[in-house]
Design a protein around this ligand. Sequence first.
Ligand code: GRF
Length: 201
Amino acid sequence: MVMLIGYNKVRTAVFISGSGSNLKSLIKFSKTKNSPISINMIISNNSKAKGLNYGKTFKIKRKIFKFNKKRLVEEKLLFTLRKNQINMICLAGFMEILTKNFIKKFKGKILNIHPSLLPKYKGLNTHQRALNNNERYSGCTVHFVNQKLDSGKIIIQKKVKISKNETKVSLAKKILIQEHKLYPKAILKVFSLQRKNQFRS
Ligand code: GRF
């Protein structure tokens, strides 16, 4: 019975570049009965990404794609994803910008997590920018990926209070803890909106 549920889960690839703590939280979530997704591939543009070790630990296929010739690399990546019947992509600290062409091929099936309350602070160095502007709150956002950086439809957000002596390091830590809870929630929300069929083809 459990195997049957596992079989029905939407096959998902997680794209990473670094430590992969969000990847780990997604893997753990994917193994719960409630999860609509299974993590079947880990893709990285960085062969030294620490997060790749989770592939070993949890026996998930890993592939490195060096993004030097982007269009060409993406063609190969698309081929690999199709070959592995991947129907959903979760970006989790992936430091490459995917081309319009790639995004079109997985339209509405790519999610990203960003460490700010979008639409504020798109791009890099979010925590320092929030502190520089004396924000009282920051947080994290999970959104659909469209052709504009960090601008796709927002799925869910979590607010985090900025303390008096906050530094960019302490804020990043606080927000990351929330990210680990928010990404699984976002996935549940996406699927509860009856979009499940959209991930089938
Ligand atoms: C997270 O803060 C994520 O929001 C951002 O990059 C960081 C990745 O952390 N896009 P990790 O690799 O998941 O630990």
